[in-house]
Ligand binder design. Structure first.
Ligand SMILES: [Zn+2]
Ligand SMILES: [Zn+2]
Length: 234
């Protein structure tokens, strides 16, 4: 079956995202746009994913995920088939944060919310910063927990694996690259990879329409993980 997806959306937990990127607003907008599956991928954190999943119910599939910023300033989208696996990954990421504190007046709020969009907490450490783990280590850790890694916005001039490393190390077993826009010339340069387009939405209106489709066997997190991942590691 073909499903319409947007697998890179930030909630109000990311300091750079709008405060109205609440669980209910994200899900309602994604449903309104006709999407079948979404992922909320906050910077180095995932504390709003459970609330988004609760809000979504069976209206839309939510793939558990996180956008991690490596020591080399590379943004990697790490996806998992279950919330438990994502939380396990999160506990490891928390141990490797660099200790910087957020200044919310300058960088923005980092709100944790429940399924009723109530603010239940706020992360005090700066989430939008590099952690003390290499690209290689983050990829290995994700695979070890049964997840999959998609390098984010590889067509952008900053925070992408291409801009930071200059190439994609072949031993990472990456199968899919994320692009911000459909750009035939870049896509044709990287024909050995599948590509996916996501919004990287920081505001509600940026969430994708039905423009990116995956061919999967069913509408499940496992099927999406299999589409995104190298078969050798699944
Ligand atoms: Zn990014
Ligand atoms: Zn992002």
């Amino acid at each position: 079956m073909k499903i319409a997806v947007d697998l890179h959306i930030h909630s109000a937990l990311s300091p750079c995202a709008d405060n109205d990127m609440t669980p209910n607003n994200i899900v309602n907008m994604a449903v309104l746009k006709g999407l079948d599956a979404i992922a909320v991928t906050d910077h180095n954190s995932c504390s709003n994913v459970e609330a988004v999943m609760k809000v979504a119910g069976d209206r839309i599939l939510v793939l558990p995920g996180m956008e991690v910023q490596s020591r080399e300033d590379v943004h990697l989208l790490c996806y998992f088939s279950s919330l438990e696996a994502l939380f396990k990954f999160d506990s490891y990421i928390r141990k490797h944060m660099n200790g910087m504190q957020n200044i919310s007046e300058i960088f923005g709020n980092q709100y944790i919310m429940d399924e009723f969009d109530r603010i239940t907490g706020e992360r005090k450490d700066m989430l939008l910063s590099s952690i003390n783990l290499s690209v290689e280590r983050i990829v290995q850790l994700t695979y070890d927990i049964g997840g999959v890694v998609v390098p984010a916005h590889v067509d952008r001039p900053s925070y992408s694996i291409i801009s930071q490393l200059g190439f994609i190390p072949p031993d990472l077993n990456i199968r899919v690259l994320e692009f911000s826009h459909k750009n035939e010339s870049i896509v044709s340069e990287m024909q050995e990879y599948q590509h996916i387009i996501s919004s990287d939405a920081h505001s509600l209106g940026e969430i994708l329409e039905r423009i990116m489709f995956l061919e999967v066997k069913d509408l499940s997190t496992t099927a999406i993980i299999q589409w995104l991942g190298c078969p050798c590691v699944i």
